[in-house]
Unconditional design. Structure first.
Length: 299
């Protein structure tokens, strides 16, 4: 019993000793901390006082601090925008099919503005297409308004349009039929480049006109209706839209919402395959021509 009491007393004495030691150590560290902070504060005050008395040092310090903050800001911005910066292409604008409208002639600018409003497309890319149609048309001997009218009827100036049968792009050329014509432009995917598609479409159109012996019959070949009695009004729509565009280019006011009627045209010159058949002129108000067989017979 006496031994237990002695052990209990010894344990209590040990615990008190440990408590005193921990308390003394804590107080010592606190005192050292206070003294250290006091020394640090004193050093800061002395440094600031010294720098304040030296304008050149103050300016250098401010410049260094501002530079450090700027570097930190840029570093964090770079970390958060890595993907955006990696994807940035300053030269991408050079691939855009667009032109400053101020670079167009008076005729081209008037027509580009009218097409832009009529088909709800941006002026700059339409201006580029109008400019290209003028260049190609004069080079191959076709009226630029005819080229643009075909693009309007075929795709409404959508360079990514595609029919159920595979006619693609601005001029709705049958890509699989005219793969060879896209080779100079890098391959069949050029069908979705509006300028390349325009050039190939004009090439196909010229072949159709030459094979059919005239413009109106050539348009029937272009739409794939050479062997059909009815082209669904396609030829009339193209010619009417061309009439609108010619008037706009000549300075005549044509409402952008002018109805897309069907111009009455002379009977088409029969193609060699249709020589033994009687041509039937388009109906006065036909249903739209299917774009599925667009230019499929041009080869």
């Amino acid at each position: 019993m006496k031994s237990l009491q002695i052990l209990r007393t010894a344990r209590e004495s040990t615990m008190r000793s440990i408590g005193v030691f921990v308390r003394d150590v804590g107080n010592g560290m606190l005192e050292v901390g206070h003294n250290s902070l006091a020394l640090l504060g004193l050093a800061v005050v002395v440094t600031l006082a010294f720098v304040a008395g030296r304008p050149e040092l103050r300016q250098q310090t401010e410049t260094w601090a501002l530079g450090w903050l700027q570097e930190r800001h840029e570093s964090r911005a770079a970390e958060s925008d890595d993907l955006t910066i990696a994807a940035a292409e300053p030269d991408a604008v050079e691939r855009a099919t667009a032109v400053n409208p101020k670079e167009l002639t008076k005729q081209q600018a008037a027509l580009a503005k009218w097409i832009s409003r009529r088909y709800n497309v941006a002026l700059e890319p339409i201006g580029r297409l109008v400019q290209e149609a003028w260049s190609i048309g004069h080079h191959v001997g076709l009226d630029p308004t005819l080229i643009l009218a075909i693009a309007a009827i075929e795709s409404r100036f959508n360079p990514f349009a595609q029919s159920a049968m595979g006619a693609q792009g601005l001029m709705q050329v049958m890509t699989r039929v005219h793969v060879d014509k896209y080779e100079p432009f890098g391959g069949s995917h050029a069908a979705f480049d509006p300028i390349s598609n325009l050039k190939v479409g004009v090439q196909v159109l010229r072949e159709c006109i030459a094979r059919a012996g005239g413009l109106e019959a050539g348009l029937r070949w272009y739409v794939g209706a050479a062997n059909l009695e009815d082209d669904g009004g396609y030829m009339g729509k193209v010619l009417m839209e061309q009439d609108h565009m010619k008037r706009v280019a000549s300075g005549t006011a044509v409402p952008p919402n002018a109805p897309l009627g069907v111009r009455k045209a002379a009977p088409a010159t029969p193609s060699p395959q249709e020589a033994s058949k009687t041509s039937t002129p388009p109906e006065t108000n036909p249903s739209p021509a299917p774009a599925a067989e667009q230019v499929a017979l041009a080869q």
